[in-house]
Design a protein around this ligand. Structure first.
Ligand code: RB5
Length: 163
């Protein structure tokens, strides 16, 4: 199951994306927005990213005007590796090397045809593992330390270093 979300900047492209996924028989859940009215992209990025982080969805695709806001917001959630891609090479490499679990796209940056090719590459490419697994584990460790700094304070206010 793929988690989808967009803001008003990505709404028209999201309709094209859903038609494409229907044609491929790819199941998805659409977390909105559901109109072209102006809205706040972090709200929709959060909804889709939570579904991916919790394991309800195996991956996500987010679309806003540039893809930047969506990717920044999604990457605030632990376990999310959102990659903003405007070309097929980046989409392939972020799956193979970063095990990216969310693809962010900019509707004001690329055309619909390129967007759909990028989506296909992202969905059809697996993680290489090997030496890249260690690096993804290092990202997970950074998340663990950051989460601990947010919640685990020593009496002096210095963040406790996790063991
Ligand atoms: C909305 O105007 C625009 O800011 C948004 O779609 C996105 O590009 C933000 O990063």
């Amino acid at each position: 199951m793929i988690a989808l979300a967009c803001d008003h900047g990505g709404f028209a492209y999201m309709r094209e994306l859903k038609l494409h996924l229907d044609g491929r028989d790819v199941a998805y859940e659409d977390f909105g927005t559901h109109s072209g009215d102006s809205c706040d992209y972090p709200e929709f990025a959060e909804r889709a990213a939570r579904a991916v982080a919790s394991g309800v969805c195996s991956a996500g695709i987010l679309i806003c005007g540039t893809g930047i806001g969506m990717s920044i917001a999604a990457n605030k959630l632990s376990g999310i590796r959102a990659a903003l891609c405007s070309d097929c090479f980046s989409a392939e490499m972020t799956r193979r090397h970063n095990d990216a679990n969310i693809l962010a796209l900019g509707a004001r940056v690329i055309g619909v045809g390129l967007m759909l090719k990028i989506v296909d590459v992202f969905l059809d490419t697996g993680f290489d593992g090997g030496r890249h697994l260690k690096r993804v584990e290092m990202i997970r460790e950074l998340e663990r330390i950051t989460n601990c700094q947010d919640t685990c304070r020593t009496p002096t206010g210095t963040a406790a270093r996790p063991e």
